[in-house]
Design a protein around this ligand. Structure first.
Ligand code: TYD
Length: 211
């Protein structure tokens, strides 16, 4: 199963992706899920990440889009597809929906244009489930401040209006594909949110845990 986490900066995706990937499993016969983050996860992808996060570089939105998609195409072909083919689960912190929200809505390239470009880049490698973590922009901003090696440079500095646009786009994407998306309230302690994620995905809680 291929699961992605989406949401605005500071919504708690990275923590929740890690909790899902590292969750104790009873009698697991396959390897633990592979935990990935975007952009990155391959040698070329990490170098593209350096370019994308550099506040000194100004990038045209279309160039920015294509760099994110180049990093993703590498990740899909080198890592995600091979893992899924061996039956291993993959958990990814951000994927195509981030590109649609940030470059399509946020940067104004257009949602449908970016959706088509994303579809070309991943060549059929689409998440089975996507967890959208919802948190009010102000709350996410407080959580996110001073954290991460990326967002504060290029995207978090865009401010609350930009984040609100992104949040609105994520909500529309989730409404359009209710079977793929699981919308989860990101408020509260990480453990509580994790339980909501597990329940929503129909997975058992940790052995010995509640539920
Ligand atoms: P993020 O997961 O927030 O990185 P970190 O936790 O290390 O700061 O992602 C980095 C930023 O990149 C984030 O602000 C969203 C943005 N982004 C896009 O604009 N388009 C994309 O396709 C992806 C994957 C991320």
């Amino acid at each position: 199963m291929f699961v992605t986490f989406e949401g605005i900066d500071g919504a708690g995706k990275s923590t929740q992706a890690r909790l899902l990937a590292e969750r104790p499993r009873v009698g697991a016969e396959t390897d633990a899920p592979l935990l990935l983050r975007e952009p990155g996860g391959t040698p070329a992808g990490e170098r593209l990440r350096e370019i994308l996060k550099d506040p000194e570089l100004s990038l045209h939105p279309r160039a920015e889009l294509l760099l994110f998609l180049a990093a993703r195409a590498e990740l899909v072909e080198q890592v995600i597809r091979p893992a899924l083919e061996t039956g291993r689960d993959v958990v990814c912190d951000r994927f195509s929906d981030s590109t649609v929200a940030y470059q399509g809505a946020g940067r104004g390239l257009g949602v449908e244009f970016v959706q088509r470009a994303c579809a070309d880049a991943v060549a059929g490698c689409v998440p089975d489930r996507t967890v959208l973590l919802q948190l009010p922009v102000a709350e996410a901003g407080e959580r996110g401040a001073g954290r991460g090696d990326f967002g504060a440079d290029r995207f978090e500095r865009e401010g609350a209006a930009f984040q609100a646009t992104i949040a609105g786009c994520f909500d529309e994407l989730a409404a359009a594909e209710p079977e793929r998306f699981l919308v989860v309230d990101g408020a509260g302690e990480p453990g509580e949110v994790h339980e909501r994620v597990l329940a929503g995905l129909g997975l058992d809680a940790a052995p010995g845990g509640r539920g």
